[in-house]
Design a protein around this ligand. Structure first.
Ligand code: EPZ
Length: 416
């Protein structure tokens, strides 16, 4: 298993090109199930999770053909079962449920089960599809869903915000008979990207970018070409890399408007963001200050930036409190950060961070995607050498980490 070795203490300077967003690409690839025509996605990052989605789609009969930064999807659905072997690797596999059901009236999708960051049920996905007329039962660890006469438009109010359930229902509603209204829908930029692509495929969606999506189902969707938006979490992560090392990085292609509360919190912590036409520059005026944050659905502070922001707060002046409200077990980076000299205490869903002047390198273990990068950030700022084991977590969602960081002067290498 690969690890990453970092010798810290170098202020990072240079340009980092932000890749296409992983969490937009996953549902966009699932849109390949919604049409017989060719769907071409551009600005596609090379990531392990996208390779898993390709495998899943391939066994449904959809050929996924990468060509540099483009990926084209096409083919007929030949199999409606999403097997445990693939779903267990990646929970986002559940995103094939709505499209399969809407398109061919049946799907058998393995239940994803829990994962390191929490139990993560899929009940809202199922309730929403049931409201649209699907018959759903659970059998042998699988979701058996059918809609022999097609899905029907429905009014569905999400009891709380779910990104994945909003995406599944949006895709399903595009091909349902009649009008579907989704209230309290997620407003993440990835949902807007999905709605934009569906519209290009012929879907009729109103309220894009708001928490009420009104979808008038159409008989069929056609092919389209869609450019995936830049990854806002990768953007925020590298902004933290500039800030924690006291460096100066230009984040090319980054969209400040997609960062929501992350920009506000970074600025409050003393980070200087200078917007330009094709991205923004991140520097630090003086020292970093402790800032309290609470994770929330967009445009609030994203749970996917919580671990990275904690690494930053670990070396800020003063104390800060980070409250995680989305997932119940997303503080696994805390003991590892503490091994590097951070002072973090967890009380229930909140972590109190007392900033220290210096972290020190240590052998640490990555536990999930974002937690892994919080350790990379800590290592970049630490005195001495850090080895991060289990970096396959990083490869799931960050493209060319070593190349991007080394390009800005980081002393980083992958150890096989
Ligand atoms: C998406 O996961 C992202 N994944 C996650 O990114 C991200 O952390 C999360 O949204 C929150 O922003 C993708 O986009 C592929 P949710 P998702 O449904 O859709 C509960 C990363 O690091 N819930 O918005 O699975 C759930 O347990 C990953 O890139 C139910 O109870 O998240 C959680 O507490 C990790 N029932 C909350 O809702 C349901 O049916 C929000 O989850 C669905 C969700």
């Amino acid at each position: 298993m690969d690890s990453i070795r970092i010798t810290g203490g170098v202020p990072l300077t240079g340009t980092i090109a932000i890749s296409g967003a992983k969490n937009a690409a996953l549902p966009l690839m699932a849109c390949g199930l919604l049409t017989d025509e060719r769907l071409t996605l551009t600005n596609v990052a090379k990531l392990a999770d996208l390779a898993t989605m390709s495998d899943l789609l391939a066994q449904h009969g959809i050929a996924v053909e990468p060509d540099g930064r483009n990926t084209s999807l096409g083919g007929r659905i030949t199999n409606t079962e999403a097997p445990y072997d693939i779903v267990r690797k990646m929970r986002a596999s559940i995103l094939v449920l709505g499209p399969l059901l809407a398109r061919v009236g049946e799907a058998r999708v393995s239940l994803p089960g829990g994962c390191a960051i929490g139990t993560r049920p899929v009940d809202l996905h199922l309730k929403g599809l049931e409201a649209m007329g699907a018959k759903i039962s659970l059998d042998g660890g699988y979701i058996d869903a059918s809609a022999p006469h097609g899905l029907k438009g429905a009014d569905f109010v999400f009891p709380f915000v779910s990104v994945g359930a909003t995406e599944n229902l949006l895709m399903a509603a595009s091909l349902a008979d009649g009008i579907t209204t989704l209230k309290n829908a997620a407003r993440e930029p990835e949902i807007t990207d999905l709605a934009t692509c569906l519209t290009a495929m012929g879907a009729k969606i109103e309220g894009i970018g708001t928490d009420t999506l009104v979808v008038e189902g159409v008989k069929s969707l056609h092919g389209a070409t869609h450019a995936i938006l830049p990854d806002r979490i990768e953007t925020g992560t590298y902004a933290c890399a500039a800030a924690i090392t006291g460096g100066d990085i230009f984040l090319e292609n980054a969209r400040a408007s997609d960062l929501g509360a992350v920009l506000t919190s970074l600025r409050e912590a003393g980070v200087v963001i200078t917007e330009a036409e094709n991205g923004f520059r991140v520097t630090r005026a003086n020292g970093l200050h402790g800032v309290d944050v609470m994770t929330e659905p967009f445009p609030g502070f994203p749970t996917d930036m919580q671990a990275q922001f904690m690494a930053l707060m670990a070396v800020a002046q003063g104390a800060s409190m980070i409250t995680e409200t989305i997932f119940e077990n997303r503080f696994m980076h805390v003991p590892e950060l503490n091994r590097m000299g951070a002072k973090v205490n967890v009380h229930g869903s909140s972590a109190i961070i007392r900033g220290v002047p210096k972290l020190s390198g240590a052998p640490v273990m990555a536990t999930d995607l974002r937690a892994s990068f919080s350790l990379v950030l800590a290592a970049l700022a630490a005195e001495g050498e850090t080895t991060i084991a289990r970096v396959y977590h990083l490869d799931r969602g960050y493209e060319s980490v070593e190349q991007k960081l080394a390009g800005c002067g980081a002393r980083i290498e992958r150890v096989h």
